[in-house]
Design a binder for this molecule. Structure first.
Ligand code: ATP
Ligand code: MG
Length: 419
């Protein structure tokens, strides 16, 4: 026997039992996005590597060590499997000149790829739902996006999520803060880990994003960006907070929240839970007003967020939220010679009238087919033998609760079942 081929490490199959929850999640997301006037956009999974380097930033975890990049063996192009969705979304918006038609509200859902150490809630192929509002300078849109996330948690039935908020100000404000931060971190060089030392001068803000427990104390005491905000940034942040408070959305300010991507300004936020161990961030986002221009478009205000679908599904599981089970209406049991076409036509007729019908496949004893019918969870068995085929009838037997078996004309079967 040849060696069994298995899925790539950190890339999961979603099997039938689990896919029910996925479909429930996806349907909920589609309705939710539509309720806010967002339109779906779908972009390729592979893009030019430079798209991600230019947007996410050279000195970030993603670009430094997590991207699946390769050369096209036919023409040598440098390509990358998308690690997130915003860059591709904006690339498409710019390429097709969508902003020419006015501001855009867009959403997407799909696979992302990051070469990380796989663990619960952290995979190499995972899924994100992303939402981008392009052409609105906020802070009212920032607030609406946050209300939108709250609404999704409600629709899914999720509880106990905490909203953390921060402002990254403008690039000038970050530059002033950066000087102070470098001076501070330089004083503590000896306590910095390798990443910290390396980023001290290239991307010191990123040092604050460290997950290393040994770095927490030094990061907590570092100069805070909030203290470097100018009047306009301060005002933007205050108005956002006021709107959230007025709308009854609780939040905490986390001055160390900087996000793992370089393109953010002003508002940044994360939704976190303590029910998923260290993979507790289920949603992250903020404002990235410079990114459209940086990628070759016209200057455009922009704000959005991405959610980790696997983490949200793990949270549904942790909170024991299960989607409604989809039962078949009918399991069609059949036995006899030369009745195949009548059996199939009957099944098609029932389906055309809106019923979910499982047609027993292959030959088996009546008893074993009835066992399968019970196991399928169907509400009714429809039974066809040679007599039924000749008289163009069907026997209907309720499988749940009481009720006698009845023979009806084929055309009457649906109304009996729907009763
Ligand atoms: P983390 O700090 O957990 O690595 P991140 O800041 O890298 O997350 P983002 O780039 O903000 O994550 O992506 C948005 C969301 O996508 C995250 O909040 C998380 O829910 C999810 N996510 C990110 N990386 C992974 C992964 N490797 N596996 C599963 N979900 C992920
Ligand atoms: Mg990460």
């Amino acid at each position: 026997m040849s060696k069994e081929i298995r899925a790539i490490k950190g890339m999961n199959d979603i099997l039938p039992g689990e896919s029910d929850t996925w479909q429930f999640f996806e349907a909920t997301v589609r309705d939710w996005a539509a309720a806010y006037g967002y339109h779906n956009i779908r972009t390729p999974i592979v893009e030019e590597t430079s798209l991600f380097v230019r947007s996410i930033g050279e000195v970030t975890d993603i670009v430094e060590k997590e991207m699946y990049s390769f050369e096209d063996s036919l023409n040598g192009d440098k390509l990358t499997l998308r690690p997130e969705g915003t860059a591709s979304c904006l690339r498409a918006v710019i390429q097709h000149n969508l902003l020419h038609q006015g501001p855009q509200r867009l959403w997407y859902m799909g696979q992302m790829y990051r070469h990380e150490r796989p663990q619960k809630g952290r995979y190499r192929q995972f899924h994100q739902v992303g939402v981008e509002a392009l052409g609105f300078d906020g802070p009212d849109v920032d607030a609406e996006l946050l209300l939108m996330t709250v609404s999704l948690w409600k629709r899914l039935g999720l509880q106990n999520l905490q909203l953390q908020l921060n402002s990254l100000g403008t690039s000038e404000e970050r530059a002033r803060h950066r000087e102070a931060l470098i001076a501070y971190l330089a004083q503590h060089q000896d306590t910095l880990d390798d990443d910290g030392k390396r980023r001290l001068y290239t991307n010191p803000l990123r040092v604050l994003d460290s997950k290393n427990p040994a770095m927490q104390a030094i990061c907590d005491a570092a100069p805070k960006l909030v203290d470097y905000l100018g009047d306009a940034s301060r005002q933007h942040f205050d108005t956002l907070q006021q709107l959230l408070t007025d709308c009854g959305v609780p939040f905490v300010i986390n001055p160390r929240l900087v996000r793992g991507l370089d393109y953010y300004n002003l508002t940044v936020f994360e939704w976190v839970t303590n029910e998923l161990g260290s993979q507790g961030t289920v949603c992250g986002g903020g404002r990235y007003d410079g990114l459209v221009e940086q990628l070759g478009g016209k200057p455009t205000a922009a704000c959005g967020f991405g959610m980790g679908v696997e983490r949200l599904l793990l949270l549904l599981e942790a909170q024991r939220i299960t989607p409604p089970v989809e039962r078949p209406d009918v399991y069609l049991v059949h036995q006899g010679t030369n009745i195949g076409s009548y059996v199939m036509q009957t099944a098609e007729m029932l389906r055309e009238q809106g019923l979910k019908v499982i047609l027993h496949g292959g030959q088996a004893s009546f008893k074993s087919q009835m066992k399968k019918a019970d196991a399928s969870g169907a509400r009714f068995a429809a039974i066809i033998g040679e007599n039924e085929a000749i008289s163009k009838t069907v026997s209907i037997k309720p499988l749940l609760g009481e009720g006698a078996q009845q023979i009806v004309e084929q055309s009457q079967a649906v109304s009996l079942i729907k009763q």
